[in-house]
Design a protein around this ligand. Structure first.
Ligand SMILES: Nc1ncnc2c1ncn2[C@@H]1O[C@H](COP(=O)(O)OP(=O)(O)OP(=O)(O)O)[C@@H](O)[C@H]1O
Ligand SMILES: Cc1cn([C@H]2C[C@H](O)[C@@H](COP(=O)(O)O)O2)c(=O)[nH]c1=O
Length: 688
């Protein structure tokens, strides 16, 4: 219904302009009448806008919408009637202007009432889709349909040769359509959407205040609520970027050496981008945090404005314009969706009134200012060998506006980020793939988390024990643990995944079992120990899943990474010691133990080769966090290297400042770790 009404509005906007200009035969008067009527249609936003929101919050929204629509039906419907009753062209245009002005003025009361009512009708999860639908129909489909419909009507009548009576000319019909669409909306809202009516206790209480108090309260609410303030400013920023491009488009097209058609092409491409962004954006980013997406889109729109400033070919400019539109559209969608969800019902009307008026003002101002500035500036052609570029005031303006926009975008991203610490690009890529990254679980981590990784028989347990003994010898709080099987639940999971006699789990089930063991292990053993400041030494952790289930079983490594990150709440080790050994050597050590092999140890040589190289790749990707050791070397030498690396890391941790610490000196004047490190005459500086 709203789509139909929006169609009526757009067709009405065009028709009123055409209707006014058709009253004159002189082309200058026609132009003035067309432009003047359209300007009048936009002007009321500036005049009545600020108090329109108060109406939406103060009075029953259903009645407000119905009364406004009935009035619009009467005013818009009266416009084509004036000449029918013998009105002169001057009177007709005057009345068209007055009726349009009144109609548009009261529309400003209708819009916030509608915007404020919608979130009460649908669930939070449906808000974005509903917004998408509204924005695409209002700004994408219906204006195009209106323009096409009107021209088809006019052309159809001209070609048919039928002479229609004065009251049934295409423009008149369009105006009746505009009026009737309003009557239809009034009837639907009154009879069909009764839920919009009534007022919450909060709104009833607020209505006791004076209108001016309510008006001020609305502004104060925006000012003191950081999220709402950030959203409102961000939305304005995105529209300012779009406005600057539109305002500068004509001279910009000339600077590209392209003609008048390029201007229309750029203009149209921005709107195409807007529609694409609003229509497809949510489908692409899926569950990405909307707060993050909002800031990212402002940066995208502004960055694209800068790109336009540098583009030297029309094809580049079109890509830039498409991205400006897409960024602005997606920012607007994310912003309004967040506003719908975050703003209380009692002030929603006022906040949305500020947004809708602000957006119009910013757009108008940006277009006008940009037009003015590019008009004032001059241009110089620079030859760069094969290509020559126009360095004009237009381009400088685009670069400056883009840079300011990026600054605003980064600011709003920082202010609203709800996933602090989660890398932006990885989060975006993960979301596009359907697995957004989770923010790390918050906890005060004072201990140190050390993990030993490697293939079968690499010597992990041996090194874990050597390190733990050295630390314990100095009465440090040390927790030795392993995966899978460190907890009671984990022990049962270990039996399920490793027992060669039990049914073999499918690769995905195996990955989930390891993840389940890890989730429980981290929650019940690792985190509590790290919280109290202990040194936690684990025999295997996340990398084992990446290597065995990812590379070994050839499951997608990113999916395993996401699963593990979810299971651990993002907990990463401080140090991973990778004991690298040829699988043949490691498996030889395992079989030499003479206790048989488990299900994974029995896997093929190729499987274990893949596992080995996956471990090495992981270490190469993050060398600061890893210590890679050749596990074919004697166990004591390896322990010495681990000790040397660790002693550097323990400095400054609570463990070190404990009354008895790894650094408390023995009779020889050295701590146990230092003594271990001295086995190989190693210094204490961290190595990778
Ligand atoms: N550096 C080393 N050089 C030679 N043998 C070693 C070395 N380190 C450990 N070993 C021996 O290799 C065997 C396997 O060692 P360990 O149990 O520590 O390996 P692991 O990596 O924990 O094995 P798994 O993968 O089965 O858990 C043991 O018998 C151990 O004594
Ligand atoms: C944590 C983890 C382990 N595995 C495999 C690796 C080994 O074959 C066994 C664990 O036995 P260990 O000899 O006691 O180290 O499980 C795995 O495939 N995925 C994992 O996440």
């Amino acid at each position: 219904m709203l789509g139909a009404a929006s169609f009526g509005d757009w067709i009405g906007l065009l028709a009123t302009g055409l209707f006014a200009s058709a009253q004159f035969s002189n082309s200058a008067a026609q132009g003035a009448a067309f432009g003047g009527t359209i300007a009048v249609r936009l002007l009321p936003a500036l005049l009545l806008g600020p108090i329109a929101g108060v109406f939406a919050d103060r009075f029953d929204r259903r009645y407000t919408m119905v009364i406004v629509d009935l009035l619009r039906f009467l005013f818009y419907g009266s416009i084509p009637l004036v000449p029918l009753f013998g009105g002169s062209p001057a009177l007709t245009v005057t009345w068209a202007t007055i009726a349009t002005f009144i109609g548009e003025t009261i529309t400003l009361i209708w819009i916030p009432a509608k915007e404020a009512a919608v979130p009460n009708l649908i669930s939070k999860s449906q808000i974005e889709v509903s917004n998408q639908l509204t924005l695409v129909t209002t700004y994408g489909i219906t204006p195009i349909l209106a323009a096409l419909g009107l021209s088809a009507l006019t052309a159809g009548v001209q070609h048919s040769g039928v002479s229609l009576p004065d009251w049934a000319q295409p423009v008149q019909l369009a105006l009746y359509m505009n009026a009737l669409s309003r009557l239809a909306t009034a009837l639907v809202v009154f009879f069909g959407i009764r839920e919009i009516g009534g007022k919450s206790a909060e709104r009833r209480a607020a209505a006791e205040q004076s209108m001016s108090r309510q008006f001020l309260d609305g502004w104060q609410y925006i000012g003191r609520t950081p999220l709402v303030r950030g959203l409102v400013l961000g939305i304005f920023g995105a529209f300012a970027a779009g406005g600057v491009v539109i305002g500068a488009a004509r001279t910009y097209a000339t600077s590209l050496g392209a003609g008048e058609a390029a201007f229309y092409l750029l203009f149209g491409t921005i709107f195409l981008g807007l529609a694409v962004g609003i229509g497809l954006g949510p489908m692409i980013v899926k569950d990405l945090s909307r707060r993050r997406w909002f800031g990212m889109n402002i940066v995208l729109a502004s960055g694209s404005v800068m790109f336009l400033g540098l583009a030297f070919h029309l094809s580049m400019a079109l890509v830039g314009a498409l991205l400006v539109g897409a960024g602005a559209g997606m920012a607007f969608l994310a912003g309004t969706t967040l506003l719908y969800g975050e703003v209380d019902d009692a002030v929603r009307g006022r906040v949305f009134a500020v947004v809708q008026i602000g957006v119009r003002m910013v757009l108008l101002l940006a277009i006008t200012l940009a037009g003015l500035l590019v008009g004032l500036g001059s241009s110089r052609r620079v030859d760069l060998g094969a290509i020559s570029v126009d360095i004009s005031s237009t381009r400088v303006l685009l670069l400056v506006a883009g840079a300011i926009g990026i600054w605003v975008g980064i600011g709003s991203f920082r202010q609203m980020d709800d996933k602090k610490g989660v890398p932006i690009l990885a989060d975006l890529i993960g979301s596009v793939r359907g697995r957004p990254l989770a923010p790390p679980e918050e906890f005060v981590r004072t201990g140190l988390f050390v993990v030993f990784e490697g293939g079968e028989g690499a010597g992990k347990s041996t090194q874990v024990n050597l390190l733990a003994d050295a630390l314990r010898a100095d009465h440090l709080d040390v927790v030795v643990t392993r995966e899978p099987g460190a907890t009671e639940l984990g022990a049962r999971i270990r039996g399920l995944v490793l027992d060669a006699s039990s049914h073999e789990p499918s690769p995905r089930a195996e990955a989930l079992l390891y993840a389940a063991d890890r989730a429980h292990h981290v929650a019940t053993r690792v985190r509590p120990a790290l919280e109290r400041g202990a040194v936690v030494i684990s025999d295997r952790y996340v990398d084992s899943s990446l290597a065995y289930q990812g590379a070994g079983r050839t499951l997608p490594v990113q999916e395993i990474a996401w699963l593990s990150s979810w299971a651990t709440g993002g907990l990463k080790p401080d140090l991973v010691v990778l004991l690298d050994v040829d699988p043949g050597v490691g498996l030889g050590r395992v079989s030499a133990r003479g206790v048989g092999t488990d299900r994974l140890e029995s896997e093929s040589k190729a499987f274990h080769e893949r596992v080995r190289y996956a471990f090495l790749d992981l270490a190469a990707a993050d060398p600061k966090r890893y210590l890679v050791l050749d596990a074919a070397r004697p166990a004591e030498e390896l322990a010495g290297e681990v000790a040397a690396r660790l002693s550097g890391m323990l400095a400054g941790t609570p463990a070190q400042s404990a009354p008895t610490s790894a650094f408390s000196k023995s009779a020889s004047g050295e701590s146990p770790l230092e003594e271990m490190a001295e086995v190989l005459d190693l210094d204490e500086s961290p190595k990778s």
